[in-house]
Design a protein around this ligand. Sequence first.
Ligand code: GLA
Length: 720
Amino acid sequence: MMQLVEIKAAGRALRLLVPEAGMPQWLETAGDANAPTPALAALEALVSRGDNARERDIIVPEATLLPTGGMGSFQWPGLAGHRDGRHFVLHFEDWRIERESSDAACLKAREPRASLALTLHLALHDDGVVVLSSRLENQGTDDFQLDRMMAGSYPVSGLDHLMAFEGFWAREFHEVQESLGAGTWLRESRRGRTSHDRHPALICGTPGLPSGEGRVVGAHLGFSGNHLMAVDRLADGMRLIQAGELFEPGEMRLAPGEAYTSPKLYICEAPDMATMRAGFHAHVREHVLSWPGGAMKPRPVLLNTWEGNYFNHDLASLKAQAEAAAKLGIERFVLDDGWFPVRDHERAGLGDWVVDPRKYPNGLEELADHVINLGMEFGLWFEPEMVNPDSALYRAHPEWALRLEGLKLLQSRHQLVLDLTRPEVSEALFQMMHEVLARVKVAFIKWDMNRDLTHVGDARGHAATARQTRAVYALMARLRAAHPDIEIETCASGGGRADYGALAHTHRVWTSDNTDALERQTIQAGLGLFLPPEIMGQHISALPNHQTGRRHALAFRAITAITGHFGIELNPLALTDVERIELAAWIALHKRLRPLLHGASTHFRLADHDGRSVYGVVSADKAQAIVIVAQRTVQVLEHSGPVKVPHLLAHAEYTLHLPGPQTGATWFRHGPPTRALFDGSSLYAGHSLGQIGFRLPIMLPESAVLIEIRRDTNEEKHHG
Ligand code: GLA
């Protein structure tokens, strides 16, 4: 008997037809939840009609939840495997639908010939995000070789344009666009981490995607190991998005009784890009992140010591930097790489997670207590998965590194990767970190991972990336269980591990090692499509910029960083008095605006135009808004277009202000805008700001301005 599954939330319904044998078929993804439930017989007739040119017994649907081949469906399979070469055609039957609630269900089936049990999980959230995952259990008496198992699929029609993300160290989340063709679009990542070049996310839409117009379907895979994303084209021209883990040959061999569970695939189908972004942000906040104490506290402004000190840890200077930081208004002081022996450079020390007595003769407590007494939290850098051959750990246990017999060990940044699938390795790492955390009052860990994985073999010589990735998650979970108040930052040479799988165990992403404000404009916009701003690390760094050599006004650096989890990445003792005063004012401004920037506000991004980007936030009560206009290049047109501010109350009146330490000199080129615009003396209707907008003077390239819009509290009086 065919069955209909309806999953409903927020007035929307997903509908699938579950056959007696074969795979569940997608009927619709954006149905009306209140529409009457269609009669099964009528549905069957609808979907099995067609020309059936080949006169097959049955028409096999193609838009299935997890395509398998060999029984009349010929598209890219999302599930493939075999039992010693046999049972390579998997045809599931006996479907049972287990409802968890109206908005989630488990579809369960068996493959009696291959002795497999399959579970497909689907949930639709109020935020519009669909979450898919799959599980396969070997119920046979010998091993089942699983070659591929996607989390699930999602059908898309009429959106033949695709946006994906490429990049490199210090230039992550670069948006690339292409038209989908007649074949399968496929992207595989084999770096053993989420990666800089193949971030596991894509968006299907219509040409001109980033401008924000038109329906989109965004997909994100929550996984930090090898992965793949596919967009298959079906025989009727429809597209099927699939994503899941990528296995090395022989990697996923299920012993009798063993099961494989896929990572989660997150899909947000929305009428426009802004709604998609808001859906993903809400979902990450509500369902991915888990905060110490159950709720996010205001994001503490932090100082990270890396660019200001590198490996040169001078205790007296660090203490003085902490004092200067506290005076600036910094709330968390994070000690980066270099605190353990003999880490004077990147060629030694990883793996020895004990305090270097040369640099910290009285232990780390001395610095940590100093920081805490100044009213700040103390944070500490670790790179747990790695080992330098020049370390006590490696000298004692060279066999602990991932290796394959007979193959040369490949180093990257002079380091090797520890085999966390060996219980004794994970145990040793836990004990070393636990001891530091038990002694030093650490509120925050910067968890780094600075190389791709190569020759990923375990003790038996089997491929181990899948298990290594899960072992990292397990170590994070164990440390958090032992130290429940600690927050963790996920960093992999910057934004190389910024997926929802990692974020289920962490609380912040180090967005990029590139702190250049101009580059950060685009890097943050890319990642910001999937991550809410408050968990994206955004720091002001020194001049000239260490990655690019550029020199940007403090205002441009500050306005670029101010929207996210704000911080500084410089030695505060090296600031001039003028810089110190201005920096303190930016930090104070961030703290004042933080509830708006990080709260349940409406975020918007206008279409980039003539080198200019506009990002804005409107408070939930629409009484306050921020608009940030950044000019990246010299404009080509003689006049810049109006800046329109959506989402305000049409009939309310607002005033415009330039808050904080903004001086015109840093951003406009030919004279100030009409003074009256920003002095709070003029009132503008929300409707006018939305429809007509305001004009700014020609801006300097590589500059930005932050405009605060406040609802006029004397409105009644004016009208009275
Ligand atoms: C990586 C990180 C940096 C810094 C260094 C330390 O590159 O992304 O922020 O922590 O490692 O070695």
